[in-house]
Design a protein around this ligand. Structure first.
Ligand SMILES: Nc1ncnc2c1ncn2[C@@H]1O[C@H](COP(=O)(O)OP(=O)(O)O)[C@@H](O)[C@H]1O
Ligand SMILES: [Mg+2]
Length: 329
């Protein structure tokens, strides 16, 4: 049984311009200690999916209209957002970190306090115990002079250091799952690699599952064991990293892969091709495949029939496309 299993999740926004089906029937599962990537262009519904798991969707305008979020044998959607159950899940059992740490770190509380608070609440630690563990956590995430740094405020650290702290805070209560939503978008490439390595080491040490959410397929390539590709509110392809990278089947995945620089390849050797066109506006979508207007492989059926559902194509590989495409890369 999976640690987390999202089944046919639907999260819509009621806006004055129409209904936005931000997440439209997403199924997704994560096993214990697994590292999973959720990839897709900006606006495809990645964050809304993850925020729905934790019931952090503001309502109105948002509404989780259907589906299940099974975690430790319970459907979390049966509990209200403000219930004790959800409070005990958020931060403690399922932790989430975001792109910009300054929005999640509290600027007026010391780093020490932000680390110890949830451990005192969720793990019932004494202030002394929590402080000792806070020092240990800061050390583990690579913050030098940890003991003294506990009394500093977030603005006294660099962006990369703040991201490290976020990782420490997120893991402070030994969550089962860490969701990292575009955690490295705001930092330079070197820092990005260091943070991803750090996250991987930390989840390995704490036996935590990790969901890496990103628009950059290159980021998940090195770290994720399994990948979900999302387009326009749906999963269009999923599989083991090797299945996705070596035998991509959805035209969108193939397009995304063409945007990823290959290791050791110079710019002159191959031009990176961005996918032509723009992701669709999610308001009042037509019923057929949302990728159709940008697709180089479309057939008549794509125009005539509603969006195909995910089909098993071997191994752990699933694809939602009428065409049988297989490009060796
Ligand atoms: N509060 C909101 N009100 C209306 N639409 C929203 C709101 N939040 C997100 N959306 C819409 O939901 C879609 C998915 O957004 P999001 O999950 O943030 O995308 P991603 O994380 O993949 O970049 C977008 O079209 C976005 O405009
Ligand atoms: Mg997002």
């Amino acid at each position: 049984m999976s640690l987390l299993s999202i089944e046919n999740l639907k999260t819509y926004f009621h806006t004055y311009r129409g209904l936005v089906k931000a997440v439209d029937g997403v199924s997704f599962n994560v096993d214990e200690k697994e590292i999973v990537g959720l990839v897709g262009e900006s606006g495809c519904g990645k964050s809304v999916s993850m925020l729905s798991v934790l019931q952090l969707i503001s309502s109105p305008p948002g509404e989780i209209v259907g589906g299940k979020v099974m975690f430790e044998g319970q459907d979390l959607l049966k509990y209200r957002s403000k219930s004790n159950m959800m409070n005990s899940i958020r931060g403690a059992k399922i932790a989430m970190i975001f792109q910009e740490p300054m929005t999640s770190l509290n600027p007026v509380l010391t780093i020490g306090r932000q680390l110890t608070e949830s451990m005192e609440v969720h793990l019932k630690m004494t202030p002394q115990m929590a402080r000792e563990r806070a020092v240990e956590l800061l050390r583990l995430v690579g913050i030098p002079d940890a003991k003294r740094r506990l009394d500093a405020y977030p603005h006294q650290f660099s962006g990369g250091m703040r991201q490290r702290m976020m990782i420490g805070i997120a893991l402070s209560c030994n969550p089962k799952i860490l969701i990292a939503d575009e955690p490295t978008t705001a930092v330079d490439v070197t820092t990005q690699a260091q943070l991803l390595e750090l996250m991987r080491d930390m989840v390995d040490r704490f036996n935590t599952a990790l969901i890496i959410v990103t628009h950059n397929l290159g980021v998940v390539a090195r770290y994720a064991e399994r990948i979900y590709v999302m387009y326009s509110g749906r999963i269009v392809e999923s599989g083991l990293a090797d299945e996705i990278f070596l035998e991509p089947r959805h035209p969108y995945t193939i397009g995304l892969l063409k945007c990823v620089p290959q290791l050791g390849e110079t710019r002159q050797e191959r031009r990176l091709e961005p996918i032509k066109g723009l992701p669709p506006n999610l308001i009042n979508m037509p019923p057929n495949c949302a990728f159709l207007p940008r697709c180089n492989y479309a057939i008549d059926r794509c125009n005539l029939e509603p969006w195909p559902s995910l089909k098993h194509v071997g191994g752990r590989h699933y694809v939602a496309c009428f065409r049988e495409i297989l490009e060796k890369s």
